[in-house]
Design a binder for this molecule. Sequence first.
Ligand SMILES: C[S@@+](CC[C@H](N)C(=O)[O-])C[C@H]1O[C@@H](n2cnc3c(N)ncnc32)[C@H](O)[C@@H]1O
Length: 184
Amino acid sequence: MATKGDFFRESLKNIKTVGTFTRSSKYVCRKMVSQVDFSSARTIVELGAGDGVITRHILKAMAPEARLLSFEVLPKMCEALEQIEDERFTIVQDSAENIAEQLAVRNLPAADAVISAIPFVAFSDDLSYRIVRAVRANMKVGAPFVQLHYSLLKKKMYEELFGEVKVLFVPLNVPPAFVLVSHR
Ligand SMILES: C[S@@+](CC[C@H](N)C(=O)[O-])C[C@H]1O[C@@H](n2cnc3c(N)ncnc32)[C@H](O)[C@@H]1O
C-alpha cells in the first residue's frame, strides 16, 4: 500500500476500523509529534499506525537509542508498514488494548509517550475506555497521550481518565482535525 488511493480503498473496506478515508496531513503529523519531548523519550508507542504517515515523522524526531512500537490491526496496513526500514521500529499487529503483553514480551518499560490515531468516535464507549485505560496503565507518570480526532465528541473520556486535556485545532487536514493532549 504505497499510495493515497490504496489507503482510500482499504478504508472503504474497513471504515469502522479506520474511521476516515484519508491519511493524516503533514500538518497533523507535525502537530502531534511536536507534543513529545524526544530528547528524553526512549520508549514510544504509536496506536493505529495505518500505512505509516505519522510513524515516519516520529522516527525522524526520535533519538538513535529510542524504540518505537506501532500497533495496527489491519494486515494490509501492516504490510505497508513493513516497507519502513529502521532498527528502532517494531510493528505490532495487535489491538492496542494488549499493550501490557506486547511491552512485556519485548522487555520494554512503560511508555514515555503515546501517539494515537485510533478512531475512538467509531467505537463503543466500552471498547474506547477499555483501550485507553489499558494504555494509560502502561505509561510513565507525566507521559503525554497525544490523540487525533475530527470532533470533540470523546473529549470527556480523556478528561475522566487523565484529568486536564489540551485541545489543538489543525485546519489543514481532510477533515479538519483536533489533537487532544493529556498526561498520565
Ligand atoms: C484514522 S487511521 C490512522 C492512520 C494513520 N496513523 C494516519 O494518521 O493517517 C486509524 C488506524 O487505526 C487502526 N486501528 C483501529 N483499531 C485499532 C486497535 N484497536 N488497535 C490498533 N490499531 C487500530 C486502523 O486499522 C487504522 O489503520
